[in-house]
Design a protein around this ligand. Structure first.
Ligand code: AMP
Ligand code: GLY
Length: 433
């Protein structure tokens, strides 16, 4: 079958890499793609939210399946666009419509959804742009730390966590009155702080049935030891030791089932991924957020562990035939190190020549912000490469990923040296206990 993959990050390179292994994969196009996807697929210079051009491309290239990588086209309604166009409505698509994508597109919607369907989550209260005085008073009634969340999409930057009441008050005024995140902060949630360890759980659903993909842990902060500002994600590991069978059973019963039943009850026909960002608070799972897509750089560590045919899985999902679909997962460990441009997540430079890629033998190099200029590959974004290695143990995967990362270079390259370290400490503590 002919496939169009939408997106241009490390997640999309990992998707493309996995789909290419399927005998069912015919022509594979990526819009717009990056230097990595150009080697294994055909890049198409169409923006992820240019639905008219994406639609025409699907018609001329006889596309059978569309996999939507990032959230923006989903929240803007790519599925609704395709479903209401006679030429496009029979094309299979992975990704929810506008209604389902609200799980990610509006934190106020998703919080109310969780409350309606009794999905465990942090308590929260929503304030509108004319309510900063009420919001300040409410903050005064809460214990520190304070969690503020812009309602809409804010490229992963819409959450402020502060231990200082004065700072939290200033931040909520900035968000509500000065529209710090534009329309995304015309509503702001003030949320209870959850103290625990985070985990990313991924579900693929056809609206009725679902499969659970391997779980992963993301490293969101720029600095080692989880310090400094938040980023899109600086690394990932899979599996995660505390996500044992008993914990994942609780996640399935308390979160996954009520979420999918809730979507059904509300008449939301959801065909796609649900990425559940959750906090393990003393062994109990609480949802921090839903996303209507896979995570980046979690996808990279997840794809290398799936043994089943991925195109077959996506096709079953898009056709509503996930029932009885078994997913075969390797019993190995995967670890991803993100190599970023110096300065990221603030100002950074692009166009740096990347060297050493050909010497990598121990890992899979997934491209994120890269492009080809003549015959050289240059940096073209904040997160530039995702280096993913597998191993029979976590230390082995870690050693192989870092061996590869250390062989790659460009001026001012930065990557965290401690991906997986906390998880290894957890495993060791568990072994001692
Ligand atoms: P989000 O954009 O909702 O994923 O939030 C970004 C990050 O903020 C999360 O990955 C968590 O590390 C943190 N966070 C969000 N909500 C909470 C909360 N209620 N309690 C503690 N940390 C949180
Ligand atoms: N790595 C977190 C995300 O993709 O949102």
């Amino acid at each position: 079958m002919n496939i169009l993959l939408i997106g241009n990050g490390g997640r999309e390179h990992a998707f493309a890499w996995k789909m290419k292994q399927s005998a069912k994969c015919g022509k594979l196009f990526v819009a717009p793609g990056n230097a990595g996807t150009s080697v294994i697929a055909t890049n198409v210079p169409i923006a992820v939210d240019d639905f008219a051009q994406l639609g025409s491309f699907c018609v001329t290239q006889k596309i059978d399946l569309v996999l939507v990588g990032p959230e923006v086209p989903l929240v803007k309604g790519i599925r609704d666009y395709f479903e209401t166009d006679e030429r496009l409505k029979s094309i299979l698509m992975i990704g929810p419509g506008k209604a389902g994508a609200q799980l990610e597109g509006s934190k106020d919607f998703s919080k109310q959804f969780m409350e309606r369907h009794r999905v465990p989550t942090a308590r929260a209260k929503t304030f509108f742009s004319n309510q900063s005085n009420e919001a300040e008073k409410y903050l005064e009634s809460l214990p520190s730390p304070f969690v503020l969340k812009a309602d809409g999409l804010a490229a992963g930057k819409g959450v402020v966590i502060s231990t200082s009441l004065a700072e939290a008050k200033a931040a909520i005024r900035e968000m509500l009155e000065e529209k710090k995140f534009g329309d995304a902060s015309s509503k702001v949630l003030v949320e209870e702080f959850l103290d625990g360890i985070e985990l990313s759980v991924f579900v693929l659903t056809d609206g009725k049935d679902y499969v659970i993909l391997p779980e992963a842990k993301d490293y969101k902060r720029i600095g080692e030891g989880d310090t400094g500002p938040n980023t899109g994600g600086m690394g990932s590991v899979s599996p995660v030791p505390f996500a044992d069978e008993a914990f994942m059973k609780r996640v399935e019963e308390k979160i996954i089932k009520p979420t999918i039943n809730g979507l059904q009850k509300e008449g939301i026909n959801y065909k796609g991924f649900i990425f559940i960002g959750l906090m393990n608070v003393k062994g109990e799972p609480y949802v921090i957020e839903y996303n209507a897509r896979m995570g980046d750089p979690e996808t990279q560590s997840v794809m290398v562990r799936i043994k089943s045919d991925f195109v077959e899985l996506l096709t079953s999902c898009a056709k509503g035939e996930l029932k009885n679909h078994q997913l075969e997962i390797a019993k190995n460990f995967a670890l991803t190190v993100v190599m970023a441009a110096g300065g990221y997540p603030d100002q950074y430079e692009k166009g740096k020549i990347i060297s050493g890629l050909e010497a990598v033998a121990t890992a899979q190099v997934f491209h994120a912000g890269t492009k080809k200029v003549n015959d050289t590959i240059v940096s073209d974004g904040g997160r530039v490469l995702a280096i993913t290695a597998t191993g029979a143990s976590l230390p082995e995967a870690q050693q192989r990923a870092y061996q590869a990362a250390n062989a790659i270079h460009w001026p001012h390259v930065y990557f965290r040296k401690d991906i997986g370290k906390d998880v290894l400490n957890l495993i060791q503590t568990k072994m001692i206990c």
